[in-house]
Ligand binder design. Structure first.
Ligand code: ADP
Ligand code: MG
Length: 586
């Protein structure tokens, strides 16, 4: 059995695709959200709501928010209980979710699809995969959280063709994503975010306000008293989601205080949080060249999206566009579960095609430690791109490629993934070159293929699929990767369409030929520059157009010519729009 897991900073959830479709799995309290908190009590491991209580009663043996440290070489020291890496702690949470799932489903769980923040780099993804393996499951796929939320939303609105934003505001992170969905396609177009902005900032803002009101010096408070105030902040914040004002008795440093907070004051003390929120949204709209009118809706998910002040603020930025997803709390987990359904080729979902984007640039270093990008950030995935690199000195004997991930101009400031070095025949500089091809798929599997014609050297490396993936899946991935590296004109359906268009051109009259010439040229230009998925999408449109042209070729009514003139006029309008799109795809 395979499950979908949202391994959140604050809360984690698990789902599965059963005979009834997508199902969320409750924990021992009958709740879907299990706090991502781990506590140790004399050798016993506690996970979830009970462990969260122990953040206050046993802060030294309890730990939360370890997801923020994923992929880093750190350990949480829990005294007698020992010390644990973020991978260990994540594995403990995963184990608990899997146990809940096995109990609920009455079946053994052996694999999982786990969601990760879109901005997670290679190390953080690898760490997540490893946590799964330690928890005893194969991680068959990692899906980006916003993509999972988008999939979950579109699954409920399959009949709609629209561009929307997923606004995921969690406990410690904000992710915003532009999604284009039509029929069974879900395409992620743009991602932006702040990975240090979330619900906890509101909790802290309230805790600091309590301190300033009652003359408490925050810096002088110990760990426990800080935790008490932050916890108060959180419950006050949550109450403000249903009430306009709150009154709370607070016990800090052995003293009792009565603290009142209403919406307006809450918004005032949170002003800097809203400012940071605006920066993220502006950057996203700017990167995506969009204005609020272009968007069909803003889907609010994540716990912090429940706050009336956040909703009102978003409403002011996107008037009339705010849609609160009733499944907002669970949508990432539902999305991960839907992915398991797709993987199992279940009837309701097997035709869904999802594209994602590369959240970071991939490239190599060139002279002067400069980053030469081969697959740029925001490139639609799956993608395969090539760069050609020449020798830089006379009689150079070796070529060395250091492969990096990241946005820094200086290559060595990015994350180094690999080094590939091989001998080349010594010749005058610039005479020897190598073609470096990067292919990156939706699973984060990254293939590097280098070919040097001067001495026929071929190097192939594949990253990201080492652990936990079985042989069948690997073969399947390999086949898809190979397809990705092909010229799109070799794909059977595209080859057929090109042949068909050539035949129609031969058979057509002068008007039909004029339209066909434009269509064929446009399609060919697109094939030269776009990703395989985009080519397939464009092929669907091209096929429809050819069908329309073919139909009218066989109706020899007197008005045929008029019809054709109208058609040409409408198509010329349409062409302009398409040209715009091609520019963007470049
Ligand atoms: P993550 O994705 O980081 O695991 P979630 O999406 O589950 O987190 O969101 C958790 C955050 O949402 C916490 O900061 C919590 O305080 C906040 N939250 C949950 N429910 C509410 C509510 N009703 N009103 C305001 N904030 C809430
Ligand atoms: Mg989340």
């Amino acid at each position: 059995m395979i499950v979908g897991i949202d391994l959140g900073t604050t809360n984690s959830l698990v789902s599965a695709w059963t005979d009834e479709g997508i199902v969320l799995i409750p924990n021992e309290f009958g709740e879907y959200l299990t706090p991502s908190v781990v506590s140790f009590d004399n050798g016993e491991v506690i996970v979830g709501k009970t462990a969260k209580e122990r953040l206050i009663t046993n802060p030294d043996q309890t730990v939360c928010e370890f997801k923020r440290q994923m992929g880093r070489n750190v350990k949480f020291d829990l005294g007698r209980a020992g010390s644990y890496t973020p991978i260990d702690l994540s594995a403990i949470v995963l184990k608990k979710l899997i146990a809940d799932a096995e109990k609920f489903l009455g079946e053994k769980v052996d694999s999982a699809v786990i969601s990760v923040p879109a901005y997670f780099d290679d190390h953080q993804r690898e760490a997540t995969r490893l946590a799964g393996v330690r928890a005893g499951v194969k991680v068959t796929q990692l899906i980006n959280e916003p993509s999972a939320a988008a999939l979950s939303y579109h699954f409920e609105h399959m009949d709609q063709d629209e561009k929307f934003i997923v606004f995921d505001f969690g406990g410690g992170t904000l992710d915003v994503t532009v999604v284009d969905a039509f029929a069974n396609m879900v395409e992620i177009c743009n991602i932006s975010g702040d990975n240090a902005l979330g619900g906890k900032d509101f909790n802290e803002a309230i805790a600091l306000d309590i301190c300033s009101k009652f003359g408490i010096d925050w810096e002088k408070l110990d760990k426990k008293n800080k935790a008490v105030l932050i916890n108060c902040g959180e419950s006050i914040k949550i109450r403000l989601s249903s009430d306009d004002k709150t009154k709370t008795m607070i016990n800090a440093q052995g003293q009792e205080y009565e603290y009142e907070l209403d919406q307006q004051r809450f918004i005032d003390i949170s002003a800097s949080i809203f400012r940071r929120l605006t920066i993220v949204l502006k950057r996203l709209m700017n990167d995506a060249c969009l204005s609020p009118e272009d968007i069909a809706g803003v889907i609010m998910v994540g716990g912090s999206s429940k706050m009336p002040s956040v909703r009102a603020y978003m409403e002011s930025l996107f008037p009339g566009k705010i849609k609160v997803d009733p499944n907002g709390d669970v949508s990432i987990c539902r999305g991960a579960g839907i992915v398991t359904g797709i993987a199992l080729r279940k009837d309701d979902v097997k035709d869904i095609v999802m594209t994602d984007i590369c959240p970071f640039s991939l490239g190599i270093d060139v002279i002067g430690d400069k980053m030469s990008v081969i697959i740029p950030k925001n490139q639609i995935l799956p993608a395969s791109k090539m760069g050609r690199y020449y020798t830089a000195t006379n009689m150079q004997k070796k070529l060395q490629f250091n492969i990096y991930q990241g946005e820094k101009l200086k290559a060595s400031n990015n994350l180094k993934l690999d080094t590939i070095e091989f001998d080349v025949p010594p010749r005058p500089k610039g005479e020897v070159y190598a073609d470096v091809r990067f292919s990156y798929d939706l699973n984060g599997i990254f293939d590097i293929d280098i070919y040097c014609p001067a001495n026929n050297t071929e190097v192939h490396r594949s990253r990201g699929a080492q652990e936990g993936i079985d042989q069948d899946k690997l073969i399947d991935i390999k086949l898809r990767m190979d397809e990705l590296k092909k010229d799109p004109r070799e794909i059977p359906e595209i080859k057929y369409l090109l042949e068909k268009s050539a035949r129609l051109y031969e058979e057509g009259n002068q008007y039909q030929r004029e339209v066909l010439r434009n269509e064929i040229e446009g399609f060919n230009n697109f094939l030269d520059s776009a990703s395989i998925i985009d080519c397939k999408k464009a092929a669907m449109m091209f096929s429809l157009k050819l069908e329309r042209i073919e139909q009218s070729m066989f109706s020899f009514e007197t008005e045929t010519e008029n019809l054709w003139k109208q058609y040409i006029e409408s198509e010329l309008d349409g062409d302009c729009e398409e040209d715009d799109e091609e520019d963007k795809a470049d």
